[in-house]
Each structure stands twice: as structure tokens, then as C-alpha cells.
Write a protein that binds this ligand. Sequence first.
Ligand code: A2P
Length: 286
Amino acid sequence: MGTWQSNEEQVYNAVLAALKAGYRHIDTAACYGNEKPIGDAIKASGIPRNELFITTKLWSTDHTRVALGIAESLKKLDTDYVDLYLMHWPVPLNPNGNHALFPKLADGSRDILQTWDFVKTYNLMQSLVENKQARAIGVSNFTVKNLKTLLEAPTTKIKPVANQVEMHPYLPQPKLLEFCRQNEILIQSYSPLGSTDSPLLEDDVVVKIAGKYGVAPATILTSWAIWRGTVVLPKSVTPTRIESNFKTVKLEDVDGEELNQLHKIRGVLRLVSPDWAPFVVFDSNE
Ligand code: A2P
């Protein structure tokens, strides 16, 4: 279950509902500001830690101080380790800027740390596997170009196991998916339903396929993500939706292919696109 935009009050009950429904993989991030209630809900559920898969993410102002970033996350989550630790964005931000999370320069642009890069950050992250604070490490919001830079760096000894990116039928990114497949990097699809007020849930093709299987449109979107071999992280704070999102169907190839082609009719739509200028984060050719 994804937890971006689930606030502190909502997320506690959402995680409890998810664990009750059978979810075992909870995805959060330092930047979401909800690790503490997630940790509390996990404790309250009584489910043994080793039956859970917890992912959190290193925020950009912590790229130069990875040890501190993970220590704070582990404390809030009230656990000794995370199953997966991801670099949230490939862009390091000034840790001593004018804001703890989103420092900006006087001209309003993001205060990017020019003396650092994501290869150095990842190098620091590798020690978290050695000291057992993270079972596995990976990245998020990485393009093929940035993945190649990371994989080819002499300091990269542990391959990133996952790349968590926005992925849904309006943003299928076949080239990125194929590159990750070839390199045995698992894609984790975030915003798989199309995020808040999603146009995808009302798309005629999605609704038509949902009718064929007798399920909700959201189920078709999560099932498509699985059909493509990706991990899917639907977010909800609504218990009935949390429960229904846990059920998926095995899509027939003809339906998966139709959804693969949908962006060609509707146009490509990237919903999560913060301004990281001058750093180029996304590649529209993927
Ligand atoms: P809410 O959290 O209020 O239940 P995504 O996973 O793509 O980020 O999408 C999350 C958005 O989709 C949230 O606004 C969430 O609302 C909504 N949502 C989650 N599950 C469903 C569902 N089964 N049907 C309709 N909307 C849903």
C-alpha cells in the first residue's frame, strides 16, 4: 500500500485496515511525514516484523548524511531495519538551506547541492546493507540515463534492486520497463490509479475492461501493473477501497495490450512532476 498524501491521522487507520485486509508491504518516505503513525499502526497490529515488508525513502536534503536519514526513519518506524531503502529522487538538496525539506534559493529555484551527486549518495547507502539497517537498497524516479550512470559507476557494488516510478496506463514507459527488466531491477509502480481525482478511473477503456471482469476500475489498474511484472502500490485512506484494492484479477493479454496502447489515444500524462530545474529528472522518450 502506498501512503503518499496520507496524513498522520488518516494513515494510522489506513495501515491497520490494510494489514487486516492482508497487505504486508507498506511503502512510505521520510518526506511524507507519516512514518511515526505507520510505525505505531504496525506495532498495534501485532503482526510479527518478519512477516512485513517496509519500504521508506531517503529525502534529498539527506543525500550527504545518509546515516542520519535512515536513523531518523528507523526511530519513527520503531524498527531496527527496513526491507527496502530507496533514494527518493536523484537530486541532492542543500542540507543547510532555508527549509528542512524544500530549500530554495533567493530566485525561487530549488537549492540543489552542486558539490554532490546521486552516485555518491548511493555509495553511502550501500553501507546500510552491510550494517543491516536496510535489507535491500534501490532508487526512485530514475531514468534509464541515470540508472546507467549509477550502474556504471566504479563505486556501485550493490545493484539497486528496485526503481520506484510513476506508472499507469497514461504513463507506461515501456523503454524504462524493458531496461529495468534486462538489468533485473524491479519496477515499483507508484500512483498506479492515477493519483488524486484520477481521470484513469473514469476512462472508457478502463471502465469497459472492469465491466468484463466484473470488478472496479481500480482493480483493473492494479491488475495491469501486475500483468506487466511490476510491484504495485495503490494508495488509499478509505477502508473499503483499501480492502477492494487488495483483490486483483489475472488480465488476459488482449486487455493488458489494450491498456498498454491507451496513452497513444489519450496522450501521455505525468501526474507527479515537481520542478527540479536545472536538474533533468524525467525523459519523455521513455
Ligand atoms: P482515498 O485515499 O481518499 O481513498 P494512487 O494510488 O494512484 O496514488 O491513487 C490514490 C488516489 O485514488 C487517492 O485519491 C485515493 O483516495 C483514490 N483511490 C484509491 N483507491 C480507490 C478506488 N478503489 N476507487 C476510487 N478511488 C480510489
